[in-house]
Design a protein around this ligand. Sequence first.
Ligand SMILES: [Ca+2]
Ligand SMILES: [Ca+2]
Ligand SMILES: [Ca+2]
Ligand SMILES: [Ca+2]
Length: 354
Amino acid sequence: MFFKNYKKNPPALLLMILAVFGLAIIILCGAANTDAQTNKSTYLDFTGDGKTDWAVITNTPDRHYRWKILANQPITAGNPPFIRIFDYGFISDFLIPGDYTGDRKAEPTVWRSDQQGIFYVAQFPTGANEITLDRAVQWGTVGDGSVPGDYDGDGKLDYTVVRRSTTGLTWYILNSRTFTWRSVAFGFPDGNTFPGADFTGDGRDELVFTANVNGNFTYYIGDAVTGALVLAGQWGVSDRFRQTKLPPADYTGDGKADLVAVQNNSSQLVWYILDPTTNKYTATEFGLVRTGASSDIPVQGDYDGDGRFDIAVYRPSNHTFYVLKSSDGGLIAQTWGDNGDNPIIYGLILVPTN
Ligand SMILES: [Ca+2]
Ligand SMILES: [Ca+2]
Ligand SMILES: [Ca+2]
Ligand SMILES: [Ca+2]
């Protein structure tokens, strides 16, 4: 497994851009801004305390999503569990919760494209389990995929869809900062996308495109304004039965996204996390692989609230999240959910294949 940083290798970048993307203009990302991270909300933090909440989802008989959220907070006699359970969205919708309003809390959000593309952003229930629509934003059309990201770096997710054609992918980004939109060509026809992630540390997410290249899972990271290639390289294998790829996120705490391939070994999950800036990686055993029963499901989030993503799994057999805290290496075990529930984790495959 290797990873090349094309920012340090301009000739290779030029070659790659001209050969693969056919673009003539190259603008590399600007200098890192270490303050830019401060306005970002935490992944799946519905309550706004900076910690990922315990979130599972299931399908109802009438084909809705049923969300089950347990706030990630100490539960004591004076601080009973904060629980919200509500039905929102159809199971054919893209599930894309996140902070679209800038209040540093995640809104329950889906993107639906039965006739035209519409983002439905809800207010997280303050009262007893009712759900209220906050806004409906028409963006995209049937056949698109929805690819959330904060591509303009204002702390709010931008309504974004990606469209596949025979020549490649086109990203349509509605900037939350200016309410203007742009289209960016990035990626080739055979491949998929992840949600946006900030690889350069400037507070703006980059476009994340992945493809199978000779059996290797290959990432292409693009500037969300110009479509210029920022990084490209392989991490992991394409066999989805051997490895789960999670959307890139910052596990090392430098404000830049890292790559995560979780390998199914005979009895253990092994988390391979690569820092593409330094080309260093870690391998950590965490989670169970079982035959004849459900294996642990890798999940994402910053559950201890230290600003770094944690290695974490959800165990369906006992409905329990297990978190290896990045802050001190300690373990959190939190039971939440029922038989048949799945952890909320979005963004594994966001471009429909056709
Ligand atoms: Ca934004
Ligand atoms: Ca960036
Ligand atoms: Ca990092
Ligand atoms: Ca953490």
